[in-house]
Design a protein around this ligand. Structure first.
Ligand SMILES: Nc1nc2c(ncn2[C@@H]2O[C@H](COP(=O)(O)OP(=O)(O)O)[C@@H](O)[C@H]2O)c(=O)[nH]1
Ligand SMILES: [Mg+2]
Length: 284
């Protein structure tokens, strides 16, 4: 699902999330482990308020483990229960469920003290487009019993999905809009696929990606595109051209098909063929 976010859409999304949150004990904030900062929407702090939150760094399979560990520590230091996830394979979902249940323990104990016994923990997933919300729901459902059906308090045909014995998950995740206030953030959102391919300048995005790869991951560039360190030009346009000829992306007359090379590099990056890469870093 791709949405162009206008103020009206944002206001509506925010209203819906606020409404849903009234039913929720614990919020699962899904972030992209490659860009934990850029994939966050600052509004979430206000939306979540005093509710419990678990931070889940998804697509951890595509991020560099040492940086992911730094980010996990960062969020834990801020006081948030934090897990890493690969929602595509399901890795980490068990730990997530445990953390969510832990975060709700106090609230459930209070309910029990009031005589409301055996109430399941209610959670919902929040995150920007393409961060893996649907994948996570599907993965959690893999271990789940059937949908629990409409229950009082759930609006507009939404359902609680029963995950394990003690957890109920709202079947519709909250879709947050991506940040759009900063060029560097926009680049990271574009290159990771969080914003639609046709609303950014692909040419600029790929050149900037190459700049970063050339700086931090030149070994991966060499390995993937069969280059030697010596061959790597500092100029990104030259690098693009070199990769193009190495890859045989040539038009008649031996002219490099830049459109095609850009596609290849973007696909290689997004699918992890350039190895795990973290773009938001706490330390260099
Ligand atoms: N490699 C990898 N891909 C993932 C992961 N989670 C989701 N994806 C992929 O990311 C894309 C967007 O996922 P989706 O669940 O539709 O995101 P949503 O828009 O937040 O619901 C899909 O192609 C998923 O297969 C993950 O942990 N690792
Ligand atoms: Mg989805």
């Amino acid at each position: 699902m791709h949405i162009h976010w206008f103020p009206g859409h944002m206001a509506k999304a925010q209203r819906m999330i606020r409404e849903q949150l009234t039913l929720i004990d614990v919020v699962i904030e899904l972030l992209d482990a490659r860009i934990p900062q850029s994939s966050a929407n600052p509004i979430i702090a206000e939306l979540v308020g005093s509710k419990s939150k678990v931070v889940a760094l998804n697509k951890a399979d595509l991020a560099e483990p040492v940086h992911t560990t730094e980010w996990v520590n960062y969020f834990r230091d801020m006081g948030f229960a934090t897990v890493t996830l690969d929602a595509a394979s399901g890795k980490g979902t068990k730990e997530l469920v445990i953390k969510v249940e832990q975060e709700a323990r106090e609230k459930i104990a209070k309910l029990t003290a009031k005589g409301i016994k055996g109430r399941a923990v209610r959670a919902m997933i929040l995150g920007i487009p393409n961060v893996g919300k649907s994948s996570l729901i599907n993965r959690l459902l893999g271990t789940a019993t059937a949908k629990t059906g409409d229950k009082p308090g759930v609006t507009r045909g939404q359902q609680w999905l029963k995950v394990g014995k003690n957890l109920e998950l709202l079947d519709t995740p909250g879709v947050l809009w991506p940040r759009m206030d900063d060029q560097e953030v926009a680049f990271k959102l574009a290159v990771t696929g969080a914003i639609k391919d046709d609303i950014y300048d692909m040419e600029k995005v790929i050149l900037h990606l190459l700049e970063i790869l050339n700086h931090y991951y030149s070994d991966r560039l060499c390995e993937r595109y069969k280059l030697t360190q010596k061959q790597l030009p500092a100029d990104t346009n030259e690098l693009l051209s070199l990769i193009g000829s190495k890859r045989g992306c040539l038009r008649s007359g031996g002219v490099v098909d830049f459109e095609k090379v850009r596609r290849i590099i973007l696909t290689d990056f997004r699918s992890g063929k350039l190895g795990p890469i973290t773009l938001d870093r706490l330390k260099n």
